[in-house]
Design a protein around this ligand. Structure first.
Ligand code: ADP
Ligand code: MG
Ligand code: ZN
Length: 556
């Protein structure tokens, strides 16, 4: 039998897409897909996920069905494919009826290599999918299927049925969300338990990571901008009002800056985005509404005026700088006031505990005493052994001491607790705490009970957080925040790996209230306001001390 030589994937890469080589992981992923296996591809934004299904679409027989939530971007992607001579179409609710019918006819003819479809519109294709040859299903932005993820789309849950209906068609799920809970949920929900998971490195070595306490943020920003006059950058703020105020201040100082938030009309937003992309106003002061689909390569810096609510968002936002691979500077300001505010946002949410745990991890990153990049990548499950040399901690490291013994005790306690307990309980056990939860579970009998009773609670807590930050331990957020050992912990326990720790200096401010109000509720209101004010001013938790006599004076 005579066979026509198939073009190799390298030939397709060059001829159809015009690239000379693959980006990291693309080749392995594409080969896995072409071997008819299910695949989960986790790659950072800009990592080249599209090619991982576009190229197989050309090599496989039949049509590749791409499920994507980004209706606004579908047309661009399809236009780009068509420009490369690849027969492709999209199908979603934004199209007029006639156009939809035309696309359905093309699909039915079997000539399309790719069709992009919104999850909500997928049922409309169902009867055609049953009669044509399907090469591959590609589920883009696959984190939308998980309620753990940050943009859950109910229509994605329908995708469970794909594997039931088409058990023999390979499926690839793609996302930039590296969070473990989401990743496991994707495999479960799409019913692809045997999918091979590829995780590309999330490291962006050209980004300088700078974290600072948030006092005098405006002054710090102006000092920074003096040395970055003509560069393009983004400042993220928590509130709409915040963006407008700061943009106005910058403009008054002669910078070309515009505010961007979800309260603007869509025309205004498009205009501002355009001005930013064309460097008409190279600085944008935005809420997190800004960024999706922005592809500007020369953003030289990103500043977080307020602390973001989790590391996932933070990492995506700083990732919008330095896309050209040239050095870029990122600054994160944080304060206790930000944390108080973010906690308030999380309270009452369905997954409140999960959100609070993620916020706590964000705070731990901000307060880290170890290489920032180690902390970030560790969060995404990527453990590097060397310090990066391109972050504020690496530039000015604290005085470390040999914390190996403490680290061994902590790891041993986590192991003896079967990796089932969260931070609080691990601390209680190590400190030999007498509380009821410890006794209820019989933990006073395990060998590490009280092993660190000589270390003050606060210090010990800080050491455990440093171990988290250094990637010795990991938090499973989706499983009640239990602490788990990483491969590094095993090296600490069994191979004598040395661990450095630093002491955390926490000063406590004391404020006297001269005259206490008569009513308890009033006092609490006053205290709350005072704490918030202090937190914003001095950037640390504040304790207000008053005498018992004052309390007794008050009406209840
Ligand atoms: P993602 O979906 O992962 O965010 P995209 O698929 O949109 O990323 O690709 C990001 C950019 O990388 C695009 O401009 C794309 O053309 C480019 N790209 C993809 N693969 C390659 C490659 N092998 N070589 C060079 N550029 C590539
Ligand atoms: Mg993409
Ligand atoms: Zn570093």
């Amino acid at each position: 039998m005579e066979t026509i030589a198939q073009p190799t994937i390298f030939e397709l890469l060059k001829k159809q897409f015009g690239y000379d080589s693959f980006l990291p992981n693309q080749e392995e992923i594409i080969n896995n897909v072409l071997d008819q296996n299910d695949t989960i591809a986790i790659m950072p934004t800009g990592g080249g996920k599209s090619l991982c299904f576009q190229l197989p679409a050309l090599a496989l027989e039949g049509t590749t069905i791409v499920i994507s939530p980004l209706i606004a971007l579908m047309k661009d992607q399809v236009d780009a494919l068509k420009a490369n001579g690849i027969p492709a179409q999209f199908f979603n609710s934004s199209q007029p009826y006639g156009e939809q019918q035309q696309v359905l006819r093309e699909l039915q003819s079997g000539n399309l290599k790719l069709i992009y479809v919104a999850p909500e519109s997928l049922p409309q294709l169902n009867f055609i999918l049953k009669i044509i040859k399907i090469g591959l299903f590609a589920v883009d932005e696959a984190h939308c299927i998980s309620s753990w993820g940050h943009d859950f789309r109910p229509a994605y849950t329908q995708l469970k049925r794909l594997k039931e209906q088409f058990p023999n068609v390979p499926l690839i799920a793609l996302t930039a969300t590296a969070d473990r809970a989401t990743r496991e949920d994707i495999a479960l929900q799409l019913a692809i338990p045997n999918a091979k998971i590829f995780i590309a490195s999330f490291d962006r070595p050209n980004l300088y990571l700078d974290v600072r306490p948030g006092q005098n943020r405006n002054k710090q920003i102006f000092d920074f901008l003096k040395n970055h006059r003509d560069e393009s950058g983004i400042i993220y703020c928590l509130s709409r009002k915040g963006t407008e105020k700061l943009a106005a201040t910058l403009t008054a100082k002669g910078y070309k800056a515009e505010a961007y938030h979800a309260g603007l009309t869509s025309e205004e937003r498009t205009q501002i985005q355009e001005n930013f992309t064309n460097d008409v106003s190279p600085i944008i002061v935005a809420t997190i509404a800004f960024g999706m689909g922005i592809d500007k390569s020369n953003v030289r810096w990103v500043i977080h005026y307020n602390m973001p609510k989790n590391i996932d968002g933070y990492y995506q936002e700083i990732g919008r700088s330095g896309r050209d691979g040239m050095p870029a500077h990122t600054i994160l300001f944080h304060s206790f006031g930000d944390i108080v505010m973010l906690r308030k946002f999380a309270e009452g949410a369905d997954n409140e505990a999960y959100q609070l745990a993620k916020l706590e991890r964000m705070q731990q990153y901000a307060e880290a005493l170890s290489c920032r990049r180690k902390v970030l990548l560790g969060y995404f499950g990527e453990h590097i052994s060397e310090d990066c040399g391109n972050c504020d901690i690496c530039k000015a490291p604290p005085n470390y001491f040999d914390g190996t013994l403490i680290a061994q005790k902590v790891c041993s306690a986590v192991a003896r607790l079967q990796e089932e307990e969260a931070l609080g309980m691990v601390l209680d056990v190590l400190r030999g705490s007498q509380n009821a939860q410890v006794f209820d579970k019989g933990y006073q009998k395990i060998k590490t009970y009280g092993a660190a009773k000589d270390v003050p609670w606060r210090d010990l807590q800080h050491y455990v957080i440093q171990l988290l930050n250094q990637g010795v331990l990991e938090v499973y957020f989706h499983e009640n925040g239990r602490l788990v050992l990483t491969p590094q912990a095993k090296r600490v326990l069994f191979e004598g790996k040395k661990v450095r720790l630093a002491n955390f200096v926490q000063e406590i401010e004391t404020v006297k209230i001269e005259r206490a109000p008569r009513k308890r509720a009033e006092l609490f209101d006053k205290l709350r306001a005072l704490r918030l004010k202090l937190a914003q001013e001095i950037n640390k938790p504040a304790f207000v001390v008053f005498s018992d006599a004052t309390l007794e004076d008050m009406e209840h």
